[in-house]
Design a protein around this ligand. Structure first.
Ligand SMILES: [Ca+2]
Ligand SMILES: [Ca+2]
Length: 110
């Protein structure tokens, strides 16, 4: 499973107001984690464990929610490259916005 720790906004997507961030974990349950409002250089705790289905490719997508225009995909983190039990950080960047995610992949029994 994934144990989330926090997320840092390195550069926000929206020009007016704060960003509104959520995460989608592909092949995980729960699949979506709401982060909520966050702005430049702010770090927010992301509380939550997400179980990962066996024998599937896992990834975390970082999305920014908009009211009028479609939501913005900031980036995608593929989890097969990460070591179990170690604190991890990953940066996503779509050219206009950038976020750093702190998390750990732990054994299901822990
Ligand atoms: Ca946006
Ligand atoms: Ca927005």
């Amino acid at each position: 499973m994934i144990q989330f720790d926090s997320i840092t906004c390195l550069k926000q997507d929206d020009y007016t107001g704060k960003d509104n961030i959520f995460l989608i974990i592909n092949n995980g349950f729960p699949r979506t984690i709401e982060v909520g409002e966050i702005e430049n250089l702010q770090t927010k705790q992301v509380w939550g464990y997400v179980s990962l289905a066996d024998n599937a490719r896992h990834s975390i997508e970082v999305w920014e929610k908009d009211e009028i225009s479609p939501n913005d995909l900031i980036g995608k983190i593929y989890l097969q490259d990460y070591t179990i039990g170690r604190d991890q950080q990953a940066v996503v960047d779509n050219g206009s916005a950038s976020y750093k995610l702190w998390f750990k992949i732990v054994e299901e029994s822990q």
